[in-house]
Design a protein around this ligand. Structure first.
Ligand SMILES: [Zn+2]
Length: 87
């Protein structure tokens, strides 16, 4: 339960993209607020958390997702589960 291992980079991206709006730039990885930057460049959209170094990106042309785990291993499942259940 809640290891995150069964979640794909695409899942993370979708959850982060939504939580970025709903959670006021919140991070789905560490649960921090006002710490996630949305970076758009070279046809690529990336969300980066300055608190835990979590990042997730999507290449708009290939549709490929890349997810880099944050520094904190304890993922706040409350936030994550709410987000992923909303899919
Ligand atoms: Zn974070």
């Amino acid at each position: 339960m809640g290891s995150g291992a069964d979640r794909t980079a695409a899942d993370w991206f979708a959850a982060q993209a939504r939580w970025h709006l709903l959670g006021h730039q919140g991070c789905v990885y560490c649960g921090g607020r006002h710490c996630v930057f949305r970076i758009e460049r070279d046809g690529r959209v990336e969300y980066y958390c300055s608190t835990c170094d979590f990042s997730v990106a999507r290449d708009q042309q290939t549709g490929q997702h890349v997810m880099v785990p944050g520094a904190h291993n304890e993922v706040p499942d409350l936030i994550l589960n709410v987000e992923f259940m909303a899919n």
